[in-house]
Design a protein around this ligand. Structure first.
Ligand code: NCD
Length: 306
Protein backbone atom coordinates (compact mmCIF):
# COMPACT_ATOMS: atom_id res chain seq x y z
CA UNK A 1 0.00 0.00 0.00
CA UNK A 2 1.16 3.51 -0.78
CA UNK A 3 2.30 5.56 2.23
CA UNK A 4 1.32 9.22 2.70
CA UNK A 5 2.05 11.73 5.46
CA UNK A 6 -0.98 13.97 5.82
CA UNK A 7 -1.71 14.52 9.50
CA UNK A 8 0.06 13.88 12.79
CA UNK A 9 -3.25 12.42 13.96
CA UNK A 10 -2.58 9.42 11.69
CA UNK A 11 0.61 8.53 13.59
CA UNK A 12 0.86 6.54 16.82
CA UNK A 13 3.48 7.14 19.50
CA UNK A 14 5.39 4.19 18.03
CA UNK A 15 5.37 5.80 14.55
CA UNK A 16 6.68 9.04 16.05
CA UNK A 17 9.49 7.26 17.89
CA UNK A 18 10.34 5.30 14.71
CA UNK A 19 10.68 8.59 12.82
CA UNK A 20 13.04 9.91 15.52
CA UNK A 21 15.15 6.79 15.15
CA UNK A 22 15.15 7.23 11.37
CA UNK A 23 16.41 10.81 11.78
CA UNK A 24 19.21 9.54 14.01
CA UNK A 25 20.22 6.96 11.37
CA UNK A 26 20.29 9.61 8.62
CA UNK A 27 22.40 11.86 10.86
CA UNK A 28 24.92 9.05 11.38
CA UNK A 29 25.32 8.27 7.67
CA UNK A 30 28.26 9.30 5.52
CA UNK A 31 27.42 11.70 2.65
CA UNK A 32 28.54 9.04 0.14
CA UNK A 33 26.22 6.37 1.53
CA UNK A 34 23.41 8.93 1.64
CA UNK A 35 23.75 9.77 -2.06
CA UNK A 36 22.70 6.25 -3.05
CA UNK A 37 19.44 6.08 -1.13
CA UNK A 38 17.10 7.77 -3.60
CA UNK A 39 19.25 7.72 -6.74
CA UNK A 40 17.00 7.78 -9.80
CA UNK A 41 13.93 9.03 -7.89
CA UNK A 42 12.14 12.29 -8.62
CA UNK A 43 10.23 14.41 -6.08
CA UNK A 44 7.43 16.75 -7.19
CA UNK A 45 7.23 19.88 -5.03
CA UNK A 46 3.96 21.82 -5.37
CA UNK A 47 3.86 25.00 -3.28
CA UNK A 48 0.69 27.07 -3.54
CA UNK A 49 1.79 29.20 -0.55
CA UNK A 50 5.07 30.96 0.32
CA UNK A 51 7.84 28.89 1.89
CA UNK A 52 11.57 29.07 2.50
CA UNK A 53 12.63 26.34 4.94
CA UNK A 54 10.08 23.67 4.14
CA UNK A 55 10.56 23.72 0.39
CA UNK A 56 14.32 24.19 0.38
CA UNK A 57 14.93 21.56 3.06
CA UNK A 58 12.80 19.04 1.14
CA UNK A 59 14.71 19.83 -2.03
CA UNK A 60 18.08 19.64 -0.26
CA UNK A 61 17.03 16.37 1.40
CA UNK A 62 16.17 14.85 -1.98
CA UNK A 63 19.39 16.06 -3.62
CA UNK A 64 21.54 14.78 -0.73
CA UNK A 65 20.01 11.35 -1.19
CA UNK A 66 20.87 11.32 -4.88
CA UNK A 67 17.35 12.13 -6.10
CA UNK A 68 16.07 14.99 -8.20
CA UNK A 69 13.33 17.58 -7.86
CA UNK A 70 10.70 19.16 -10.11
CA UNK A 71 7.91 21.53 -9.11
CA UNK A 72 6.64 25.05 -8.67
CA UNK A 73 6.44 27.65 -5.95
CA UNK A 74 4.34 30.14 -7.88
CA UNK A 75 1.10 28.39 -8.64
CA UNK A 76 -0.13 31.38 -10.63
CA UNK A 77 2.50 30.66 -13.27
CA UNK A 78 0.97 27.21 -13.80
CA UNK A 79 -2.32 25.91 -15.20
CA UNK A 80 -3.90 26.79 -11.86
CA UNK A 81 -4.19 30.29 -13.35
CA UNK A 82 -6.28 28.77 -16.17
CA UNK A 83 -8.64 27.11 -13.71
CA UNK A 84 -7.21 23.59 -13.47
CA UNK A 85 -8.50 21.59 -10.51
CA UNK A 86 -6.17 20.26 -7.82
CA UNK A 87 -7.12 16.68 -8.72
CA UNK A 88 -6.15 17.24 -12.38
CA UNK A 89 -2.84 18.82 -11.38
CA UNK A 90 -2.07 15.81 -9.17
CA UNK A 91 -3.08 13.31 -11.90
CA UNK A 92 -0.61 15.08 -14.17
CA UNK A 93 2.32 15.49 -11.78
CA UNK A 94 2.12 11.87 -10.62
CA UNK A 95 3.04 10.85 -14.19
CA UNK A 96 6.39 12.59 -13.76
CA UNK A 97 7.55 11.79 -10.23
CA UNK A 98 7.77 9.21 -7.45
CA UNK A 99 6.38 11.31 -4.57
CA UNK A 100 4.66 14.67 -4.13
CA UNK A 101 5.11 17.34 -1.46
CA UNK A 102 2.25 19.83 -1.36
CA UNK A 103 1.60 23.08 0.53
CA UNK A 104 -1.79 24.65 0.03
CA UNK A 105 -3.85 27.42 1.65
CA UNK A 106 -6.94 25.22 1.95
CA UNK A 107 -7.43 22.82 4.84
CA UNK A 108 -7.87 19.30 3.53
CA UNK A 109 -6.09 19.93 0.21
CA UNK A 110 -3.26 17.50 1.02
CA UNK A 111 -5.75 14.79 2.04
CA UNK A 112 -7.57 15.23 -1.26
CA UNK A 113 -4.27 15.08 -3.16
CA UNK A 114 -3.37 11.82 -1.36
CA UNK A 115 -6.75 10.31 -2.20
CA UNK A 116 -6.37 10.89 -5.92
CA UNK A 117 -2.61 10.27 -6.23
CA UNK A 118 -1.04 6.89 -6.87
CA UNK A 119 2.35 8.13 -5.57
CA UNK A 120 2.98 9.06 -1.90
CA UNK A 121 1.82 12.55 -0.88
CA UNK A 122 3.38 14.60 1.93
CA UNK A 123 1.51 17.49 3.52
CA UNK A 124 3.82 20.50 3.83
CA UNK A 125 1.05 22.60 5.42
CA UNK A 126 -2.66 22.88 4.60
CA UNK A 127 -4.14 26.19 5.69
CA UNK A 128 -4.38 26.51 9.47
CA UNK A 129 -4.81 22.76 9.83
CA UNK A 130 -1.68 20.57 9.96
CA UNK A 131 2.06 20.61 9.29
CA UNK A 132 3.21 17.10 10.17
CA UNK A 133 6.77 17.25 8.81
CA UNK A 134 7.42 20.40 10.85
CA UNK A 135 6.28 18.50 13.91
CA UNK A 136 8.58 15.57 13.20
CA UNK A 137 11.53 17.94 12.92
CA UNK A 138 10.42 19.74 16.08
CA UNK A 139 10.36 16.42 17.94
CA UNK A 140 13.75 15.52 16.52
CA UNK A 141 15.09 18.89 17.71
CA UNK A 142 13.75 18.27 21.23
CA UNK A 143 15.21 14.78 21.30
CA UNK A 144 18.60 16.20 20.33
CA UNK A 145 18.48 19.07 22.81
CA UNK A 146 17.17 17.17 25.83
CA UNK A 147 17.86 13.50 24.99
CA UNK A 148 14.18 12.90 25.82
CA UNK A 149 10.70 14.23 25.12
CA UNK A 150 8.82 12.59 27.98
CA UNK A 151 8.32 14.90 30.93
CA UNK A 152 9.18 18.17 29.19
CA UNK A 153 7.37 21.38 30.15
CA UNK A 154 6.46 23.09 26.88
CA UNK A 155 4.99 26.55 26.41
CA UNK A 156 3.24 27.18 23.10
CA UNK A 157 3.20 30.92 22.48
CA UNK A 158 1.49 33.34 20.13
CA UNK A 159 -1.06 32.52 17.46
CA UNK A 160 -2.46 29.23 18.73
CA UNK A 161 -5.61 29.68 16.69
CA UNK A 162 -4.18 29.79 13.18
CA UNK A 163 -0.69 28.21 13.56
CA UNK A 164 -0.81 24.78 11.96
CA UNK A 165 2.61 24.04 13.48
CA UNK A 166 1.27 24.15 17.05
CA UNK A 167 -1.84 22.17 16.14
CA UNK A 168 0.34 19.32 14.90
CA UNK A 169 2.93 19.68 17.66
CA UNK A 170 0.41 19.69 20.49
CA UNK A 171 -1.18 16.55 19.13
CA UNK A 172 2.16 14.77 18.80
CA UNK A 173 3.50 15.80 22.21
CA UNK A 174 0.30 14.65 23.89
CA UNK A 175 1.29 11.10 22.88
CA UNK A 176 4.49 11.23 24.91
CA UNK A 177 4.56 10.70 28.67
CA UNK A 178 3.90 13.50 31.15
CA UNK A 179 4.48 16.41 28.80
CA UNK A 180 3.06 19.52 30.49
CA UNK A 181 1.78 22.40 28.38
CA UNK A 182 1.31 26.10 28.92
CA UNK A 183 -0.71 27.90 26.27
CA UNK A 184 0.21 31.57 25.97
CA UNK A 185 -1.92 33.62 23.61
CA UNK A 186 -4.10 36.67 23.34
CA UNK A 187 -7.73 35.93 24.19
CA UNK A 188 -8.74 36.03 20.51
CA UNK A 189 -6.03 33.58 19.38
CA UNK A 190 -6.55 30.73 21.84
CA UNK A 191 -6.02 27.08 20.91
CA UNK A 192 -9.22 25.98 19.11
CA UNK A 193 -11.48 23.53 20.94
CA UNK A 194 -11.46 21.15 17.97
CA UNK A 195 -7.68 20.74 18.32
CA UNK A 196 -7.98 19.93 22.02
CA UNK A 197 -10.88 17.55 21.43
CA UNK A 198 -8.92 15.67 18.74
CA UNK A 199 -6.67 14.26 21.46
CA UNK A 200 -9.06 11.44 22.13
CA UNK A 201 -8.90 10.20 25.64
CA UNK A 202 -5.34 11.36 26.26
CA UNK A 203 -5.01 13.09 29.60
CA UNK A 204 -3.08 16.26 28.98
CA UNK A 205 -1.90 18.75 31.54
CA UNK A 206 -2.62 22.24 30.13
CA UNK A 207 -2.32 25.62 31.81
CA UNK A 208 -3.41 28.80 30.08
CA UNK A 209 -2.02 32.26 30.61
CA UNK A 210 -1.59 35.51 28.74
CA UNK A 211 1.77 36.23 30.42
CA UNK A 212 4.88 35.15 28.51
CA UNK A 213 7.19 35.85 31.45
CA UNK A 214 5.18 33.67 33.79
CA UNK A 215 5.38 30.81 31.26
CA UNK A 216 9.13 31.22 30.69
CA UNK A 217 9.98 30.82 34.38
CA UNK A 218 8.25 27.46 34.41
CA UNK A 219 9.31 25.88 31.09
CA UNK A 220 11.98 23.72 29.49
CA UNK A 221 10.88 24.76 26.01
CA UNK A 222 9.25 27.93 24.70
CA UNK A 223 7.82 27.38 21.22
CA UNK A 224 7.19 30.80 19.68
CA UNK A 225 4.95 31.36 16.68
CA UNK A 226 4.31 34.17 14.23
CA UNK A 227 0.90 35.82 14.31
CA UNK A 228 -0.48 34.38 11.04
CA UNK A 229 -1.54 37.61 9.36
CA UNK A 230 -2.61 35.92 6.11
CA UNK A 231 -5.24 33.82 7.93
CA UNK A 232 -7.11 36.72 9.56
CA UNK A 233 -10.46 37.42 7.92
CA UNK A 234 -10.25 41.03 9.17
CA UNK A 235 -6.97 43.07 9.01
CA UNK A 236 -8.13 45.25 11.90
CA UNK A 237 -8.15 42.18 14.16
CA UNK A 238 -4.56 41.45 13.12
CA UNK A 239 -3.49 45.00 13.96
CA UNK A 240 -4.87 44.60 17.48
CA UNK A 241 -2.77 41.55 18.34
CA UNK A 242 0.27 41.71 16.08
CA UNK A 243 2.72 42.94 18.74
CA UNK A 244 1.35 41.09 21.75
CA UNK A 245 4.47 39.03 22.47
CA UNK A 246 8.09 39.92 22.04
CA UNK A 247 10.73 37.64 23.47
CA UNK A 248 13.88 39.63 24.21
CA UNK A 249 16.77 39.25 26.65
CA UNK A 250 14.86 41.10 29.37
CA UNK A 251 11.98 38.63 29.08
CA UNK A 252 14.49 35.79 29.53
CA UNK A 253 15.80 37.21 32.82
CA UNK A 254 14.08 34.55 34.92
CA UNK A 255 14.46 31.73 32.44
CA UNK A 256 15.84 28.40 33.67
CA UNK A 257 19.47 27.92 32.51
CA UNK A 258 18.55 25.05 30.22
CA UNK A 259 15.48 26.69 28.63
CA UNK A 260 15.41 26.42 24.83
CA UNK A 261 13.50 28.70 22.50
CA UNK A 262 12.13 27.10 19.33
CA UNK A 263 10.28 28.74 16.43
CA UNK A 264 9.25 27.16 13.12
CA UNK A 265 10.26 30.48 11.48
CA UNK A 266 9.86 32.88 9.79
CA UNK A 267 9.85 35.32 12.69
CA UNK A 268 8.50 38.81 12.31
CA UNK A 269 9.16 40.62 15.59
CA UNK A 270 8.18 38.04 18.22
CA UNK A 271 11.82 37.14 18.98
CA UNK A 272 14.35 39.99 19.23
CA UNK A 273 17.54 39.29 17.27
CA UNK A 274 19.54 39.86 20.50
CA UNK A 275 18.21 36.46 21.65
CA UNK A 276 20.01 34.72 18.76
CA UNK A 277 23.37 34.88 20.55
CA UNK A 278 22.06 33.46 23.85
CA UNK A 279 22.31 29.82 24.92
CA UNK A 280 18.54 29.65 24.75
CA UNK A 281 18.18 30.14 20.98
CA UNK A 282 17.62 26.86 19.14
CA UNK A 283 15.58 27.95 16.12
CA UNK A 284 18.30 27.94 13.47
CA UNK A 285 19.65 24.50 14.41
CA UNK A 286 15.97 23.47 14.42
CA UNK A 287 15.72 24.53 10.76
CA UNK A 288 18.84 22.46 10.07
CA UNK A 289 17.29 19.37 11.64
CA UNK A 290 14.44 19.90 9.15
CA UNK A 291 16.59 18.67 6.31
CA UNK A 292 17.74 15.58 8.23
CA UNK A 293 14.21 14.66 9.27
CA UNK A 294 12.88 15.18 5.74
CA UNK A 295 15.56 12.85 4.40
CA UNK A 296 14.23 10.23 6.78
CA UNK A 297 10.62 10.94 5.77
CA UNK A 298 11.33 10.73 2.03
CA UNK A 299 13.35 7.54 2.37
CA UNK A 300 10.62 5.93 4.45
CA UNK A 301 7.69 6.90 2.19
CA UNK A 302 9.59 5.85 -0.91
CA UNK A 303 10.37 2.47 0.64
CA UNK A 304 14.15 2.94 0.71
CA UNK A 305 16.25 1.16 3.32
CA UNK A 306 18.32 3.20 5.74
C1 NCD B 1 5.40 27.70 9.32
C2 NCD B 1 4.23 27.42 8.38
O1 NCD B 1 4.35 27.57 7.17
O2 NCD B 1 3.22 27.01 8.94
N1 NCD B 1 6.63 27.84 8.65
C3 NCD B 1 7.38 26.72 8.38
O3 NCD B 1 6.95 25.83 7.67
N2 NCD B 1 8.59 26.62 8.95
C4 NCD B 1 5.17 28.79 10.29
C5 NCD B 1 4.74 30.15 9.81
O4 NCD B 1 4.60 30.41 8.62
O5 NCD B 1 4.58 31.00 10.67
Amino acid sequence: MKRDLISIEDLSEKHLRDYLELGRRVDDMSPEACRQILAGKILGVLFYEPSTRTRLSFEAAMLRMGGQVIGFSEALNTSVAKGESLADTIHTVEQYCDAIVIRHPREGAARLAAEVSRVPVINAGDGANQHPTQTLLDLYTLQNLFARIDGLRVSLVGDLKYSRTVHSLFHALSKFKDVRFTFVSPETLKMPEYVIEAIEGAKVDVKETTSLEEAIADSDVVYMTRIQRERFPDPIEYEKVKDTYRLDCAALRNAPEHLKVLHPLPRVNEIATEVDATRHAAYFPQAGYGMIMRQGILAHLLGAKI
